[in-house]
Design a protein around this ligand. Structure first.
Ligand code: AOS
Ligand code: ZN
Ligand code: ZN
Length: 388
């Protein structure tokens, strides 16, 4: 089974946003291993991210995290990105690392803390204006550890109020994307635990609000592709945070743990029109590379997404429809599995060659000398304060 020219053209629409924090040193609660050649500032993170795009043609945007990526001159950062052939993507807010947020941010009982959290998001919107970013992604660490610790309903009302003030500050061409996560760092309850909660908050806000689906933020066994289908159907799938999980929010390389799940998710993306530009779906990675080298880790990630998307595009939609309408249970399943088992690697290598890209991006990067150069040149890399 080979991809048709039309399918290969559709594949070319894939654009992935890589996270700036994937390039800095990261770790677990036990240890952060310092990797040589770590970027010393956001400009160098952009340099590294641009390598991923240069070798794969798949990653034209870089998501930033504020305040980790704060710079004095946003115009200069945006110009630097453009000079390297990429642009600034989603701006991720951060209300989880300051002492004042110990008991929450937008949901906190103290109005002064809520004010600080709202102001932080207003600052993020200013940064979006300065950098040309269109999406504000909000993930909140808000929640409680013990039953009775706070009033669940009161927290949800305060969340709605805070989000409304942030939403009101958006320009007409900007969006608010609300991420959900069922646990961690809070363990009894989380204020935005699931797609339903995110969706009802977004619906109350308006058309410019949508849901971010982080593939690592579900209980084991959750049918994630069903959620993808439903959000696309409702026009409210704003973005993905792609990664792999074995146990919890592991943030490992997307497609590493369960390529079949990634295939199923991407099949629903194709089926639901999520690849079309007007769908507004942003394909972001949310990963950290604790023991492997960062740039190769990111190259592997974007290639995994491309490979599973190619297989999803290879599904014979007509044959599938016939089998489904005939109630042919095993026949329909076989159509899907035939596409999943299609080895698209050599066709993708040829396709890259036609587009002036290396057939084997990983080998080309490793041979390029960039890794050796940054390891020799950069001393004292900053640690991306990854904690979640
Ligand atoms: C946290 O678990 C979420 O996945 C966030 O999207 C993201 O990981 C965080 O903003 C980066 O630390
Ligand atoms: Zn995430
Ligand atoms: Zn996460």
């Amino acid at each position: 089974m080979a991809l048709t020219t039309d399918q290969l053209d559709t594949l070319a629409t894939l654009a992935i946003e890589v996270p700036s924090w994937a390039y800095g040193n990261s770790g677990t609660r036990f240890k952060v291993f310092a990797g040589p050649g770590g970027p010393r500032d956001p400009f160098e993170k952009i340099d590294d991210a641009a390598q991923v795009n240069a070798f794969t043609g798949l990653a034209p945007a870089v998501a930033l995290h504020i305040p980790w990526d704060k710079v004095d001159d946003w115009d200069a950062l945006a110009a630097h990105a453009a000079d390297r052939g990429v642009r600034i993507g989603t701006i991720n807010s951060n209300t989880f690392q300051d002492d004042q947020y110990k008991l929450g941010s937008l949901c906190h009982t103290d109005a002064a803390v809520r004010r600080a959290a709202i102001d932080h998001h207003l600052e993020c919107i200013e940064i979006m204006r300065a950098t040309g970013s269109k999406d504000l992604k909000i993930w909140l660490a808000d929640g409680t550890n013990y039953p009775g610790q706070d009033d669940l309903r009161g927290r949800q009302d305060r969340l709605a109020e805070g989000l409304a003030e942030i939403y009101a500050a958006l320009d007409a061409d900007q969006r608010l994307v609300l991420e959900y996560k069922f646990f961690e760092p809070a363990f009894y309850h989380t204020d935005v635990p699931d797609w339903g909660t995110s969706l009802v908050q977004c619906l109350a806000l308006g058309e410019q609000a949508s849901v971010c689906l982080d593939t690592g933020h579900h209980a084991p066994g959750t049918n994630i592709e069903f959620i993808v289908m439903q959000l696309l159907r409702l026009g409210r799938l704003g973005s993905f945070d792609f990664n792999s999980r074995f146990y919890a929010d592991d943030d490992l390389i997307v497609g590493a743990a369960d390529p079949f799940q990634l295939f199923r998710i991407l099949y629903e993306v194709v089926r639901g029109g999520g690849l079309k530009a007007d769908s507004g779906v942003v394909f972001m990675l949310d990963q950290c590379h604790n023991i492997e080298k960062k740039i190769p880790g990111q190259i592997r990630s974007v290639l995994n997404v491309q490979e599973m998307l190619a297989r999803a595009l290879a599904v014979d939609a007509d044959a599938l429809k016939v089998a489904q309408e005939n109630g042919d249970v095993l026949g329909a399943n076989q159509v899907l599995m035939d596409a999943f088992y299609t080895d698209v690697r050599s066709q993708l290598a040829a396709w890259r060659g036609e587009r002036g890209l290396p057939g084997d991006p990983m080998a080309a990067y490793l041979a390029s000398g960039y890794q050796e150069k940054i390891e020799a040149d950069r001393v004292g890399g900053t640690q991306a304060s990854w904690g979640a």
